[in-house]
Design a protein around this ligand. Structure first.
Ligand code: PLP
Length: 391
């Protein structure tokens, strides 16, 4: 290991606060970036392919394929299109989810129908999803919130019964395992995000994982303007001049430059996840049992945690966030339920008693891959001092 590689992690924030997110970008990432710039092929190419191969290896994929895109949102958009979803169709997803999913569904011309979530894992409530199924329903998009697996076996059973596709939103769950296998390695379609704050980042990026070899080519054409026979050449840092355009398509490809950042990060993903797990377990041990507080998980062995979500009494949430802020600890809220946004207010949905309650309680605490013990203990002290002052 050379001197540069031994440099300590950068400070969590420049003004001494503990931010909610602190993406780790080290010298290793800079080296990958400059190497990729040196090659001189800046667009989609061999490094994009390398990133796809590394994702497949990391997830332990067998007879499943990875197609990288420029965001998680575009990954879902083309996954839906590849699954044949379009105008007149309906896709079910929880309202308690990031609005990217609802937008991607509407971008296909389909309608989104929103269901409730479960009290314990804050993932999709399968009975509530079942209540929405009708003749137009074509797919379900469940989310593994915060990296904690939702009841995916129940989702698949429901989908199987009604002949629906399942497109798992695995954006929070890169590295999470279900029954010993990584999310992405079993089931139907999946998509991931590598945006700036995710467990690994390619600055912006995403990918689709499909179990269907025929779907791979459709996805590759959809990601790059419907151009035929392009991917093979581009994966060698070359391009075709006599191409045909055989379908609709978008500019959704991931460039070599972004992929080089992704490659640098995936090499360290185990270290990142181990760091995040340790912080989450410290938090849960410290907070479980505080009056009115509910932790999402105590043990994180199978979870690759993206955020640490805590539930506090609804009427005290603003004061709690303010208390943390005064102590230099930032907090966030995931999510504002999508049915409350103007553009989605008219979407079909079930009653949402759990969502309506939970969204008033959730607070996202700082969680970083290489979080210093000092920052962790500052968060713990700040949370404790709030609850001891109101005991
Ligand atoms: C649950 C969820 N779905 C989808 C997305 C969209 O991913 P991207 O930001 O890469 O488009 C995100 C990103 O924050 C997310 O958290």
């Amino acid at each position: 290991m050379n001197l540069l590689e031994r440099l300590p992690a950068p400070p969590a924030s420049t003004d001494g606060r503990v931010p909610v997110f602190a993406p780790y970008v080290g010298v290793d990432t800079l080296k990958h970036l400059t190497d990729a710039l040196d090659v001189g092929w800046l667009g989609m190419g061999a490094t994009t392919k390398e990133f796809e191969e590394r994702i497949a290896a990391y997830l332990g994929l067998r007879d499943r394929y990875v197609v990288c895109t420029n965001t998680g949102t575009s990954a879902l958009h083309i996954a839906l299109l590849a699954a044949g979803i379009g105008p007149g169709d309906e896709v079910i997803t929880p309202s308690f989810n990031y609005v990217a999913d609802h937008q991607a569904i509407r971008a296909t011309g389909a309608e989104v129908a929103m269901c409730d979530i479960h009290e314990d894992d804050l993932g999709i409530d399968v009975a509530s999803a079942a209540a929405l199924i009708g003749p137009r329903t074509k797919a379900i998009v469940p989310l593994h919130f915060a990296g904690v697996p939702c009841r995916i076996a129940e989702v698949h059973a429901l989908a199987h019964e009604h002949g629906l596709r399942v497109i798992e939103d695995a954006c929070h769950a890169f590295g999470t395992t279900v029954d010993g296998s990584k999310v992405g390695s079993a089931g139907d379609l999946h998509f991931f995000s590598f945006d700036p704050v995710k467990i690994i980042t390619s600055i912006d990026g995403g990918c689709v994982v499909t179990p269907d070899r025929d779907e791979v080519e459709r996805l590759q054409r959809l990601r790059l303007l419907g151009v035929d026979k392009d991917t093979t050449l581009r994966y060698q840092n070359k391009r075709a001049w006599d191409y045909d355009v055989v379908s609709e398509g978008f500019r959704y490809h991931l460039t070599n430059i972004m992929a080089s950042v992704g490659v640098s990060q995936i090499k360290r993903v185990d270290e990142f996840i181990a760091g995040r797990r340790a912080v989450c377990e410290r938090y849960s041990t410290a907070f479980d049992g505080l009056p009115g507080v509910r932790v999402l998980r105590r043990v994180y062995d199978d979870v690759s945690p993206f955020i640490y979500s805590l539930r506090v009494p609804a009427g005290r949430r603003d004061a709690f966030i303010e208390h943390l802020s005064l102590r230099g600890v930032d907090a966030g809220i995931h999510f504002v339920p999508v049915h409350r946004h103007t553009y989605f207010a008219d979407a079909r949905r079930t009653p949402m008693p759990v969502t309506e309650r939970v969204v008033e309680q959730v607070v996202t605490l700082p969680l970083h891959s290489l979080m210093t013990e000092r920052a962790v203990e500052r968060v713990v002290e700040s949370v404790w001092s709030f609850f001891s002052s109101c005991a």
